[in-house]
Design a protein around this ligand. Structure first.
Ligand code: BG6
Ligand code: MG
Length: 216
């Protein structure tokens, strides 16, 4: 029996995946190289410092730890410039209804995100109050595909792992859900998310009850 839904943030509830891409691309350009959308797919769900390491490797650039921390902060400042312009209108289509309907049928809700900016984003978009637990980049030490973020989410909700459904737009995020022995709904394309149990284009495409019926 499904008792809880665990949601990734960037690319599932809000379109901040685009903001991350813009800010990382700007940083790469400043360092003298470029990143494209295909490479950006591999960064989804990955922590800030792990993303920076991957980008530097991609560009063949080597930096000291101190320089890396400086550039991670610069990227985050650019990212926050975009986040700070967000309003309730920036939630992805159908998200608020989906969360409310889930609650109304007794499903518990947690966030499972690698982002250290998660609470700020949920607050700005007005959906923070709909969550029973928030597990984000401030609470975990290992990036997806490690299952830590979802295991902590299930624990915070007091729900067994196999009674949880994870909603993810990242391949690494679906891997993390599977490693946690949870079911996974991929939000996006079949090409990228072929490891998910069910795939949909967005939370406006299916109701919580339909998801539960189809995924079991
Ligand atoms: C994940 C995103 O949710 O959070 C990644 O998919 C991002 O792209 C990561 O790098 C860390 O986010 P933040 O906000 O802590 O830099
Ligand atoms: Mg994501």
């Amino acid at each position: 029996m499904i008792k809880a839904f665990l949601f990734d943030l960037d690319g599932v509830l809000v379109d901040t995946a685009v903001f991350h891409y813009k800010a990382w691309k700007r940083l790469a350009n400043q360092l003298g190289f470029d990143i494209d959308e295909e490479f950006n797919e591999t960064l989804k769900g990955i922590s800030r410092m792990d993303s920076l390491d991957a980008i530097l490797k991609h560009g063949g650039v080597s930096l000291s730890q101190e320089e890396k921390e400086k550039y991670a902060k610069i990227k985050n400042d650019w990212y926050l410039e975009l986040v700070n312009q967000m309003t309730v209108n920036d939630i992805l289509p159908g998200v608020e209804t989906f969360l409310k309907e889930s609650r109304s049928i007794g499903i518990k809700i947690a966030l499972g995100s690698a982002s250290k900016n998660a609470s700020l984003i949920l607050e700005k978009t007005g959906i923070l109050v709909l969550f029973d637990a928030i597990i984000d980049g401030n609470h975990v030490s290992r990036s997806k595909p490690d299952p830590e973020v979802f295991l902590k989410g299930a624990e915070a909700l007091g729900v067994e792992n196999d009674a949880c459904v994870v909603f993810e737009d990242a391949y690494a995020g679906v891997q993390a859900a599977k490693a946690a022995n949870m079911l996974a709904v991929g939000i996006g394309s079949e090409e990228v998310l072929h490891n998910a149990d069910l795939i949909t284009k967005g939370l406006n495409e299916m109701s919580p009850s339909e998801i539960i019926t189809k995924i079991l």
